[in-house]
Design a protein around this ligand. Structure first.
Ligand code: SF4
Length: 293
């Protein structure tokens, strides 16, 4: 099945858009909820709804404030937990302090929490493959003090596991092939342990990764749209490069440079899960203009 959509067939280069790209349903739903509440009262967002300046500015225009999830104090009475989720401990702390808490945790993050809980209840030593310190990972391990976090195969040596049963889940936005490599390394390092992996990489992440692989096989250059502080956007750009494509990470049409497309016949376009559709559209329109110049 063709996973890319051809949108332009002009003289200089074609622009192909990945079949899955951009903001996921979980982040969109969280932003919509925050706007709905911000229209009526002043809220504080505990973390970033999306790692994107436009998303942040649009809410701040409505008076929304931002605080850290573990600050435990806010100038407003109503606080919002983002789609990345939180531990029960953190969520209850805010409620116990008298704040009204709206929880916009993505259902697929809830699923990852439930998977880790099931593993712990079944006697597995908990391990999360993900970025230590990322808000989602902090939320996942927050209720399980013995949980350990690994990001790369190199981290596996640092794991301190004496148990015969090891239970592993992943941060929802990790690349599944990378997660599989870490699991393989763990199996080599702990050959006598039973390692149970529950795949919690979310469907939108997998769809975007698969679409990217297909796109890379069809184009010479890929434009990845997203905020500079967006980890998943940077991850998409890195993935393109690892597949041998030239990738540019841009935030807006102003970042596009016509010299990138000299002698190029096919340009791919994708975006991170925190990038609003409007920002991708603006870059797409600029690419179409450049392709016709
Ligand atoms: S990246 Fe996946 S888990 Fe995270 S908010 Fe989006 S859909 Fe949900």
């Amino acid at each position: 099945m063709l996973l890319v959509m051809k949108i332009c067939n002009e003289v200089k280069f074609d622009v192909l858009v990945a079949s899955h790209y951009g903001m996921c349903f979980g982040v969109k739903a969280a932003i919509a909820t925050a706007h709905k509440i911000a229209d009526k009262k002043t809220i504080t967002i505990l973390g970033e709804l999306a790692h994107n300046a436009t998303v942040k500015n649009n809410l701040e225009k409505k008076g929304a404030k931002h605080a850290k999830l573990d600050d435990h104090r806010s100038t407003t009475k109503h606080v919002i937990i983002t789609a990345h989720g939180a531990s029960d401990k953190e969520r209850n702390r805010w409620t116990d302090l008298g704040y009204t808490v709206t929880d916009t945790t993505c259902p697929l993050v809830h699923k990852a929490h439930a998977a880790l809980r099931d593993l712990v209840v079944s006697g597995y030593a908990p391990v999360v493959i993900g970025k230590a310190g990322h808000i989602e990972v902090r939320g996942l391990i927050g209720d399980f003090p013995t949980a350990q976090v690994v990001l790369d195969t190199g981290d596996v040596d640092k794991l301190n596991l004496m148990q015969s049963k090891i239970g592993v889940i992943s941060q929802t936005t990790q690349q599944i092939d990378h997660v599989d490599e870490v699991i393989d390394t763990m199996r080599q390092k702990f050959p006598h342990a039973e390692i149970k992996f529950i795949d919690t990489v979310c469907r939108p992440t997998k769809e975007r990764q698969n679409a990217l692989v297909e796109l890379c096989s069809k184009v010479n250059v890929i434009i990845v749209v997203g905020g500079v502080n967006s980890n998943n956007t940077a991850q998409l750009a890195r993935k393109c490069r690892s597949l041998g494509s030239i990738a540019y990470h841009v935030q807006s049409p102003a970042d596009l440079c016509s010299s990138w497309f000299k002698g190029i016949t096919q340009v791919g376009l994708t975006a991170g899960t925190s990038t609003p559709d409007q920002e991708v559209e603006l870059v797409k329109q600029k690419l179409i203009e450049l392709s016709q110049q």
